[in-house]
Design a protein. Structure first.
Length: 447
């Protein structure tokens, strides 16, 4: 049933895609067919104890043969030719989901396959749309800074024709970073930023307890995938949040780019980690001092004024608020929900409290895009594999599914223990499809 719900969402909320006449639902169906085929192929080989290298060769050969057959048989435009790449991609991904272990099958695999199919449909449709637009906005601000001008708004926004024209809203202490990147050739700056983003997300997964093939498969989750492809700072904020359990000052630093990312720093107060707070605040102060000669004290005035103009533009351009509560339900509801979410988070300490404050940072976001939901992974990993994949599979198709995801993670954290141990009833088969089963808990102490 959970798999059926996940598969139905792209049909309900999705629309046309860039792939011929295929809708998002049809892309999902094609990918799911390939995922099932790949899973079954690996399952049969695993049951016969075929060595892992031989499995990889067989999957590659089958994919190549089917791809060649599709090219020969589907030379004319049509649904078949449009769907073939997603079937082939699904075949490979389905093999990764199944893995090489023998005799380990769980019905929860169907939910994982359905979720991957939904991810493939969303990623394929949305990721090619103006990639790197956010980092190019940052680089544009960096060039403005190098020219001696202010990168911040000095009046209310005029009609926006593309998100490339959205304003730069990060504080002046980030200016040296973007100015330094802007001084590089753009291809090099892009490569450094994207490479750093990928490394940051993988490291964040690892710190949260994800291991093995799931480090690769979770990169398809639209939350981190969108952040990487558009070049948003969310990838680095996610790493700092995930690092915060082991190195508390990182949580303070995560608020450098987005103020809502500093909400998890309340966990340091809750846990009485005073040294971490002092070190984190000192690091922010040091960055401010470094940036001060570069930007001048007037930059902080410009920044605050620019934020005010940006906020005043919300009424005219509600779309720039993304899927935030402020956009859909108004500032009063958003403020009340934020206070409740923070209060709910502070009721529990330990790993659970840090995961709850990550969720509170999502609730309090004045502008919320799906790449801001990566922090919800911490709470999601405490679930059993079936519910975990269901929650992650609800996806970014609508603000309804986004806020349903937030609500389900909040409920999961309400039921979870203080230290976010994984469910104790995981059989070997169910553990095999849980991304953090090897670690045994979220934020494992051991590497």
């Amino acid at each position: 049933m959970l798999a059926g719900v996940v598969l139905s969402i792209p049909f309900v909320f999705g629309g046309p895609t860039p792939f011929g006449n295929l809708t998002a639902g049809e892309v999902t169906a094609a990918a799911f067919a390939g995922l099932l085929l790949g899973w079954l192929l690996l399952d049969r080989m695993a049951a016969r104890r075929v060595p892992t290298p031989a499995m990889a060769v067989v999957v590659a050969a089958v994919t190549a043969l089917l791809g060649l057959g599709a090219l020969l048989a589907l030379r004319d435009p049509g649904v078949g030719r449009d769907a073939a790449p997603f079937v082939l991609l699904g075949l490979v991904v389905g093999g990764l989901v199944r893995g090489a272990a023998d005799r380990r099958r769980a019905m929860g695999s169907l939910v994982a396959l359905a979720t991957l199919a939904s991810w493939i449909a969303y990623d394929a449709a949305m990721l090619p749309y103006r990639p790197l637009r956010d980092i190019h906005l940052y680089l544009g601000a960096g060039r403005t800074i190098l020219s001696g001008a202010s990168p911040y708004l000095d009046a209310k926004m005029t009609p926006v024709t593309s998100s490339d024209q959205l304003p730069f809203v990060y504080p002046p202490l980030t200016a040296p970073l973007f100015a330094a990147l802007a001084a590089l050739p753009r291809p090099l700056a892009d490569a450094l930023w994207v490479g750093g983003s990928v490394a940051a997300v993988v490291a964040a997964f690892w710190l949260l307890g994800v291991r093995g093939r799931w480090l690769l498969l979770l990169m398809a989750w639209p939350a981190p995938a969108v952040g990487i492809v558009v070049g948003n700072v969310a990838s680095f904020a996610f790493l700092l949040y995930a690092l915060g359990y082991r190195f508390g000052p990182a949580i303070v630093l995560s608020g450098v780019f987005k103020i809502q990312s500093a909400i998890p720093a309340l966990w340091l107060v809750r846990e009485r980690r005073w040294r971490s707070i002092v070190v984190g605040v000192a690091a922010v102060a040091a960055l401010t001092v470094v940036a001060l000669p570069f930007m001048g004290p007037h930059a902080w005035v410009d920044w605050v004024r620019g934020l005010r103009y940006f906020q005043q533009s919300f009424a005219r351009f509600p779309g720039i608020q993304g899927d935030s509560l402020t956009r859909w339900y108004g500032p009063v509801v958003a403020a009340v929900a934020s206070v409740i979410a923070i209060g709910y988070a502070l009721l529990r300490g330990g790993r659970n409290g840090l995961a709850r404050l990550g969720l509170a940072s999502v609730v309090a976001s004045p502008t919320l895009y799906f790449h801001g939901l990566s922090v919800l992974l911490a709470g999601s990993l405490a679930l059993g594999p079936e519910l975990l994949w269901f929650v992650l599979g609800l996806g970014p198709w609508s603000h309804v599914t986004i806020w349903l995801t937030v609500a389900l993670v909040a409920l999961a954290l309400l039921r979870s223990g203080r230290e976010l141990e994984l469910p104790g009833d995981l059989s070997p088969a169910r553990a095999f499809i849980h991304p953090a089963a090897r670690s045994g808990q979220v934020w494992p102490v051991e590497p």
